[in-house]
Design a protein around this ligand. Structure first.
Ligand SMILES: [Cu+2]
Length: 138
């Protein structure tokens, strides 16, 4: 009787471990956080403004009539993209009607922003409101 219940307990434990392993697997396979960004004259719109730290994929749609760009930077900065291995956290020269992506890993929680720093024909997009702050959580 004792032996039987021990065998049963080990069996249940095994099933529980399998279940936990499966859940962990789902989490690691989920990939970067996807954020949809829409650019317009003169706004930057995000479908979410709070994301967890880690890999993020911005899917950027230029729905405006002008060329725009998108710079990922610290909140309050003015055209200060991050740089890692010679790569900058920005997508430049996005033509009207075009969609592009920017993938980046944000390790640190804090306040960031997505901004357009195109300054053409005396039109400073950033000054006209093309900036959207967002929060990165732990
Ligand atoms: Cu712009």
């Amino acid at each position: 009787m004792y032996k039987q219940s021990v065998t049963l307990s080990i069996g249940i434990l095994f099933v529980v471990m399998l279940f936990l392993a499966a859940c962990g697997g789902v989490q690691t396979a989920s990939g970067p956080t996807e954020v949809h960004v829409t650019l317009n004259e003169f706004k930057v719109k995000m479908d979410k403004t709070s994301i967890p730290a880690g890999a993020v994929k911005f899917i950027i749609d230029n729905a405006g009539a002008m060329e725009h760009e998108l710079v990922l930077e610290k909140a309050g900065d003015d055209d200060m993209p991050f740089e890692v291995n010679g790569q900058a956290s920005e997508a430049e020269a996005i033509q009207p009607g075009k969609t592009t992506t920017l993938e980046w890993t944000i390790d640190k929680a804090g306040q960031y922003q997505l901004a357009c720093h195109v300054d053409k024909d005396n039109v400073m997009h950033y000054a006209l409101g093309m900036v959207q702050p967002f929060t990165v959580t732990e």
